[in-house]
Design a protein around this ligand. Sequence first.
Ligand code: CO
Length: 617
Amino acid sequence: MKQDSTKKTARPRIRITDTTLRDAHQSLWATRLRTDDILAIAEKIDNAGYYSLECWGGATFDVCMRFLRENPWERLRQIKAVCKKTPLQMLLRGQNLLGYKHYPDDVVERFVALACENGMDIFRVFDALNDPRNLEKAIASVKKYGGHAQGTISYTTSPVHTVAAYVKLAKEQVAMGIDSLAIKDMAGILTPGAARELISSLVKELPDMPIQVHSHMTSGMAAAMYLAAVESGAGCVDCAISTMSSFSSQPPCESIVTILESEGYDTGLDQAKLAEINAYFRELKKTRQPLSTQKVEAVDAGVLVHAIPGGMISNLRSQLAQQDALDRLPEVLAELPKTRADMGYPPLVTPTSQIVGVQSVLNVLSGKRYSMVTDETKHYAAGYYGRTPAPIDKKLQKKLMGDLKPITCRPADLLKPGLATAAAEIPSKLIQKEEDILSYCLFPEVALGYFKWRAQPADQRDPIPADLEQQAAPEAAAPAAPVADAEERRLADIGALVVELFGKIGVSAGSVAPVKRTETPAPASAPAPEKKEDAAPTGPTINAPFNGTFYRSDGPGKPQIAKEGDQVAKGAPLCIVEAMKMFNPIHADKALTVVKFLVEHGKTVQKGQPLVEVQYV
Ligand code: CO
């Protein structure tokens, strides 16, 4: 493209990070790009002239083991062996690493050390709540092991998310030693005007800090926003090769290069090389794009109105469908901003998007706001996820926390070191390298499943789950939006993991009251089989508040929460109804004696179905 030479010399080079190998296929193909797919094009991508290649982190780590039966560490090593010119980049969820809960500091440090050792260069470190305390260990570890630490502003809008607040957050991360700063617009809600205002202030206050912008095309604004961002002083933007771009992915690289060149910026990228790379993905799309992700709206204009990320709406839709309450969606969409405001305006990104989303659904379906509170909301309100952007109203906080005591310390300070314990939990014959212990720390069950699969002779292994999906008939595929698959999976994990995490915190931290249990000592074995299903109650009962799955304990091998004959205080948990992928404890509404459980552990229950017969004391 012909350029105005005066403009060209006057304007700086703008660099582009390619997200094709991470965010793009996570957003569009449910993270199903395989290592072989990547290696077949890696050299061309390495030679294209990108600033960096985002190729690891986010959901890729989990999906590698769970669905593709690949070792994510091996993927990193293999990419590094080919891509020798362009720095590799990853997305790291601060103290959550690549999982959905806080990990102990020793796990965070060792994970980062091994990532560096295996070839990772740039770490984009973010936190859902923008709580700097959740970033500090990861950033310090990146610096310690020689990586490039990129701090992050998780962008959202609210009365407390002012430019001044974002500048303060940036300065806090500069003080931690970050090498650059990313503005992460995960929902695609950053307007060109707001980008201009935010970036101009950041440049003014932190003139030496390189600024990179990350967005999604969900609402259709990102390309225009990138230009505004660059004109305001951002030096790098995230794009994906056109076939892997747009919809809920990043803006198309080829188009952004052309836009920038037309304004006199030089990107250092060669369109001919980009075309070759794109031809590869256009072909690959025929076999790799999961059927479930093929019906996507080009632009979700709703985001412009309600600022609720598209993936989140498809989750709300499926949660409501499970409750036969799809007609309540408009009420839930109206409730969600109120719940978010009550909870201190968290940015809507994993895991806060799930916490706020499910709580909003409960607020609508239960008929009385916060009469049902998930365990996640409870812990969120007590500070276990970090400091909320705005304080929660004291009275409401008390109601949400229930019997939990609030914490004000850095949440990870409550966690005991985790590496040695994890190492001891894995059968030693399944461990090949230290990295396996880290994989296990992040995703215990998924990693064990993968290790066992890997340990079998190649001809005796089960088929790869992703291959089975690809063969599935179109009608069998979930009609969900692309983000929904990854989100669904996260949701499936989060319920179990959060329960697991907070169970552990309750034990390890002296100051924190564990969830109150009955006085009866817990049986060591799995829940005893129930006598009869649907036995007719003769007295008062506690009923299922919604459709779901009934559990007597909060995990395999965990003790029963309450037993027949137990006398419990008002508010004590009796059992669990799992719905919307969250474990919702069912509490005693008054002081009572448990007479009889009426449903078998693990059975589905309908809203209003009696779960337990009780006698009030
Ligand atoms: Co993204």
